[in-house]
Ligand binder design. Structure first.
Ligand code: TXA
Ligand code: MG
Length: 317
């Protein structure tokens, strides 16, 4: 299959209405979308990504009214967060209604819903008037794409169309939240920080993002978000002979050899926007190793560290 890249919403819409998969821009990362009401189309998402069908997909809607037929209830605390952060990088786990296929939820009774702020995706969803199921548009386990060429590198020949909406504004996946014992809990750190949620809620939401917590999100898979080149945390040991590129948040004059910087201004937001693009770039340099410095463990640093630890876990001895 030939993969075309373009900015034509009408072409994207046509493929989606035919039950095909299309890579779409969002404000977080690129998604691989299909008509959520078409089970064959949904199954072709898993096939294109080599993703296990047990790993559930997020449903994307233009707004809350569009989502209501697909869920049983939208709890009032979620309405507060919806007003504050949506459209934006926040995903809600709620009880699904009977119209949601179990292929989307991996057989669970809950469904993940999200309202993306990207104007292209907003327009597609309004025109389609139905949800798009979309995981990140990477091969399973690999680094998420934040521009059209990242998608092309991984999915060329596997999907008909990549809708090019430029580089993603946030660069990290959405924050996934759910409700347990009437309290909001974080299942995956992402674009909306725990601190921002705390301000809106009046308490610190607990994080439950380990495999033992019983709920499956890819945020919880131990080895994930991995580069092809072995990735390690910290600085390259001085006497190590292997070739390596080192990534740090801002300039560090002590580093010798290949070095990539995430934010000249030393800002977490800019680092987050550049993180995946920098990992893709580092991966293409043909080095034997990638070394990256972990971030401060607050704000967006939490989400970035989470991705790095899961990527590095794959290569840990
Ligand atoms: O920013 C994002 O969220 C991007 C863009 C494309 O929207 N999407 C994304 O999708 O990151 P994905 O599939 O790569 O990650 C979504 C995570 C998966 O780990 C999945 O297991 C989890 O959401 N998830 C989906 N439905 C769930 C459910 N019912 N209960 C718990 N976790 C769920
Ligand atoms: Mg993903």
């Amino acid at each position: 299959m030939e993969t075309r890249v373009g900015q034509d919403l009408a072409v994207a819409l046509q493929y989606l209405m035919q039950g095909q998969t299309v890579a779409i821009p969002t404000e977080t990362v690129y998604g691989l979308a299909a008509d959520a009401n078409n089970e064959d189309a949904v199954l072709s998402i898993f096939a294109a990504k080599n993703r296990p069908t047990s790993n559930p997909l997020i449903l994307h809607f233009a707004d809350l009214p569009q989502a209501l037929p697909y869920i049983n209830e939208f709890p009032s605390v979620f309405k507060v967060l919806y007003k504050e952060f949506c459209p934006g990088p926040l995903t809600f786990i709620v009880e699904k209604s009977s119209v949601v296929s179990s292929f989307i939820t991996g057989g669970q009774q809950t469904v993940a819903i999200r309202f993306s702020a990207h104007p292209f995706l907003q327009k597609l969803l309004v025109k389609l008037d139905r949800p798009l199921a979309a995981p990140s548009a990477n091969l399973y386990g690999q680094v998420s794409p934040t521009n059209a060429s990242h998608v092309y590198q991984q999915l060329n020949g596997r999907i008909p169309y990549i809708l090019d909406g430029g580089s993603c504004e946030h660069g990290l996946e959405s924050t996934i939240i759910g409700l347990q014992d009437n309290k909001v809990v974080i299942f995956r750190h992402g674009g909306i920080t725990a601190e921002a949620l705390q301000t809106a809620l009046g308490y610190i939401p607990e994080t439950k993002n380990k495999e033992e917590s019983g709920i499956l999100t890819s945020g919880m898979v131990k080895y994930h978000y991995a580069t092809q080149t072995p990735l390690y945390l910290g600085f390259k040991p001085i006497h190590e002979k292997d070739t390596a590129v080192q990534i740090t948040i801002t300039n560090n004059l002590e580093i010798e050899g290949p070095h990539l910087i995430l934010s000249n201004a030393n800002l977490l937001e800019e680092a987050a926007r550049n993180l995946y693009a920098t990992l893709h770039h580092a991966d293409g340099l043909g080095m034997q190793k990638i070394y990256i410095q972990p971030f401060i463990d607050s704000g967006l640093g939490k989400a970035m560290n989470d991705r790095l630890f899961r990527a590095a876990a794959k290569f840990a001895k």
